[in-house]
Design a protein around this ligand. Structure first.
Ligand SMILES: Nc1ncnc2c1ncn2[C@@H]1O[C@H](COP(=O)(O)OP(=O)(O)OP(=O)(O)O)[C@@H](O)[C@H]1O
Length: 203
């Protein structure tokens, strides 16, 4: 009889609570995410979605409870995290190096082209429009890297219809290759199958 290998779990939270200024932001959260899954993290404004993603990325400590990621997650924050003095290509090389996955010229070209940035490779980030900055940040999704949990804060912001279609393709490729996504968004991305998880107010 054929035995199916279980899909690896990339995140498990156990009664996890995050806080700001010693105030619990949401009720204890139990969440498990497996490879190939996309979870849309929902909650009212100020409910702690960004704080949760940052905590899972290692940029803050849980207030209560715990979580486990068997592989280091990757975080793409709302603020893009670009270095203004570096060019688009340099920003991507830096991101790849920080992910422990230096990329060669061919991989860099692929990532740039995937986001329509081929003509902007040598432009300093400070000279980019908001949409171009977002696409440069999102090009990290197209860099070579092992499958992992991606933590994405408002990834669909500042993108036109073409950008959204490109991003949908990239995300679908990542899921097919065994990554998982936990993202916040104010809008749905049609064509991306997601499971919703709601942050409930702290008791
Ligand atoms: N640096 C900070 N210091 C203190 N409090 C903060 C800080 N950043 C955010 N907060 C507060 O923490 C709470 C949660 O903020 P967070 O950004 O995590 O929520 P969110 O669900 O992502 O909100 P939104 O949907 O509006 O982006 C809010 O009440 C916010 O005012």
């Amino acid at each position: 009889m054929e035995t199916k290998t279980p899909t690896p779990e990339l995140l498990r939270t156990n009664a996890l609570v995050c806080a700001r200024a010693e105030r619990a932001l949401f009720a204890p959260l139990g969440l498990a995410l497996r490879a190939g899954e996309a979870v849309w993290l929902r909650g009212a404004n100020g409910s702690g979605k960004t704080t949760l993603l940052r905590t899972l990325a290692g940029l803050g400590q849980p207030f209560a409870g715990s979580f486990h990621c068997p592989r280091p997650p990757r975080y793409l924050g709302h603020a893009n995290g670009l270095k203004d003095e570096l060019t688009v290509a340099e920003n991507l090389r830096l991101a790849a190096a920080l992910q422990g996955q230096p990329c060669g010229a061919a991989e860099l070209k692929t990532a740039l082209q995937a986001l329509g940035l081929g003509g902007l490779a040598r432009r300093p980030a400070r000279q980019l429009s908001q949409g171009q900055r977002r696409r440069t940040a999102l090009a990290r999704l197209a860099l070579p890297a092992p499958a992992a949990l991606w933590l994405l804060d408002e990834p669909f912001d500042a993108l036109d219809q073409e950008g959204l279609a490109t991003l949908r393709g990239l995300l679908q490729d990542l899921l097919a290759a065994g990554s998982a996504l936990l993202f916040t968004s104010h809008q749905e991305l049609p064509g991306l199958a997601t499971r919703d998880v709601q942050l409930e107010a702290a008791p």
